[in-house]
Design a protein around this ligand. Structure first.
Ligand code: NAP
Length: 294
């Protein structure tokens, strides 16, 4: 049980974390801060936080747990702002979708307080943003990846793992480079493709008409294109190397498919589709798989 959570960024992920902790009775009090006072006040009205702080530093003062849940590009300034409010025993986590850039931001921003920092990425979210969409059950059954660094104190990693498990998440640990490479492929590139795909349709003179005809396949394929612009701008830029590598690999695969169509290669095209179809049909959300017997 933690006495006080200092929450910086009272949005979808930060708000859901606060609600989950409250529901599991793992925290006594939540003090929150967001860039716009109206967001912080809304979080208080919704019962997501108990006290609205006028600054990030005041939100973490006296907290034994701190969650930084802002767009990844805003992490460094946030770490700098809170550094002097972090005590020896305070556990500090982020929730950023990219880890390398956030770790560099923490090294620069937290400095001598780096031992308290456990980088975290919950593999849970929605295409809508904001505290209004926060829910206590968001992390239940979902994976949370911790990417501790050499400077991270071991006891903090254990406390972080226990905390996420306490709100129903499945915790795994990996190296931050492996994290960024993998999530560039299975999360960042799909978002980039969805944004580009919708932009391409919207740019057509008959785009509106086409959208009016689209069905459920289009809805499923493009759901994530409605995601928050600032959050995704920061993710794509902060993991640019890996995203561009994955994008090149995708282009190659797309060009191969295009060549099969152009050549009217019916067996070749069917084979390529069948290979993809087999992989996708056998895939299940990792969180829905039974736990491995380790
Ligand atoms: P969100 O709903 O838009 O919430 C972001 C919050 O951060 C807002 O309350 C915003 O406040 C606040 N904020 C922005 N800049 C700030 C700053 N400089 N100082 C203090 N507060 C600031 O976004 P989210 O989806 O929760 O994303 C937050 C983090 O979670 C991101 O790093 C993202 O990579 C990560 N994440 C997202 C998902 C997902 O599916 N959405 C999944 C996993 C991880 P204002 O309202 O005042 O602007």
């Amino acid at each position: 049980m933690f006495d006080q959570l200092g929450l910086i960024g009272c949005g979808l992920i930060g708000g859901s974390f606060a609600l989950a902790l409250k529901q599991a009775r793992l925290v006594k009090r939540v003090v929150g801060y967001s860039k716009s006072p109206s967001t912080t006040e809304r979080a208080r009205q919704l019962g997501v936080i108990d006290v609205a702080a006028p600054s990030a530093l005041l939100a973490v003062s006296g907290a034994d747990l701190v969650l930084v849940a802002v767009p990844v590009g805003a992490c460094e300034a946030t770490f700098r702002a809170i550094r002097h409010g972090i005590g020896e025993r305070t556990l500090v986590m982020d929730v950023g979708s990219t880890k390398g850039s956030v770790i560099e931001a923490a090294e620069r921003g937290l400095q001598q307080k780096l031992a308290s920092f456990v980088p975290a990425h919950p593999i849970a979210g929605k295409e809508v943003s904001g505290v209004e969409h926060a829910e206590a059950g968001l992390f239940k059954g979902r994976q949370v990846v911790l990417t501790p660094i050499q400077a991270t104190r071991r006891t903090h990693v254990d406390r972080a793992a226990q905390l996420w498990a306490g709100i129903g998440a499945r915790v795994l640990q990996m190296d931050h480079e492996a994290h960024d490479a993998a999530f560039a492929g299975v999360s960042h590139l799909p978002h980039l493709l969805a944004f580009a795909f919708i932009d391409a349709i919207a740019a057509r003179s008959d785009g509106k008409h086409m959208l009016g005809l689209a069905g459920t396949g289009f809805r499923d394929f493009t759901r994530i294109a409605a995601s928050d612009p600032a959050v995704w701008r920061d993710i794509l830029l902060s993991n640019r190397e890996q995203v561009l590598l994955q994008s090149q690999a995708f282009r190659k695969a797309l060009m191969q498919m295009e060549a099969l169509i152009a050549a009217d290669d019916s067996p070749g095209l069917e084979q390529a589709i069948a290979a993809a179809s087999r992989v996708r049909a056998a895939w299940t959300l990792p969180a829905d798989q039974p736990p491995s017997a380790e």
